[in-house]
Ligand binder design. Sequence first.
Ligand code: CIR
Length: 255
Amino acid sequence: TSFTHAIARRPGDSVIHGLRVVDRGAPDLASLRREHAGYVDTLTRVGVTVEMLEPLESYPDSMFVEDPALVFREAAILLRPGAPSRRGEGAALEPSLRTLFPEVLSLPGEGHADGGDVLLTPEAVYIGLSARTDAGGAAALVRLLGSLGRRVHVVTPPAGVLHLKTACSLVEDHTLLATRALAEAALFPDLDVVVVPEGEEPVANALRVNGAVLIADGFPKTAALLARRGYDVRLLALDQVMKLDAGLSCMSLRW
Ligand code: CIR
């Protein structure tokens, strides 16, 4: 949860065509750009140097840079996103990753895996199977991460979750913020869980960075619960981003 660097990509005009499971209308472009700028500004304020990439109009969801790659200080891994409209995003990221990481690896095989399905803790990597991450992609990633010396677990989140981290996120090295459905699935025996209060499930994709916990604005019970537990909570406007089924982790790659 300590990071010095991040990559983010400015949203293009095409972002209004971004994928969404439930269509609650297209996001408002100007407001979405403000939300993205506010996010990057918050990362900067908590001590992260953000490498800003230019918009990619041919990929409406490309501002969600977390999905096509996985990064560690020592290496970056190009993944293969599960959504057909997102398949070229890895190749588009590759040149930047090559300038920023000593080594850039690629997910072997034909399977698919999205970064939104990968939860990193200090000791382990959890890969969630989803509509985007299939068994073949997960198995290939397990082997690759194993060869880098990482401990990896494949987990199956309850149905209805887009990405594993849609329903949970790390708020401390060994503490997870999770929806009740995800908490009850008991996928993480080694982690403590703070359950999101009923009705505030979309807030579960929080982002812990350098001691601060970034959450979406508009979820007062969760904000109060985290503040009571002593977290330095930062509220971010995220209404438009959330129309695209996205949250805080999706908009950056951090290391
Ligand atoms: C998608 O469906 O791929 C995008 N609209 C949202 C991606 C969210 N990414 C994430 O949770 N890591």
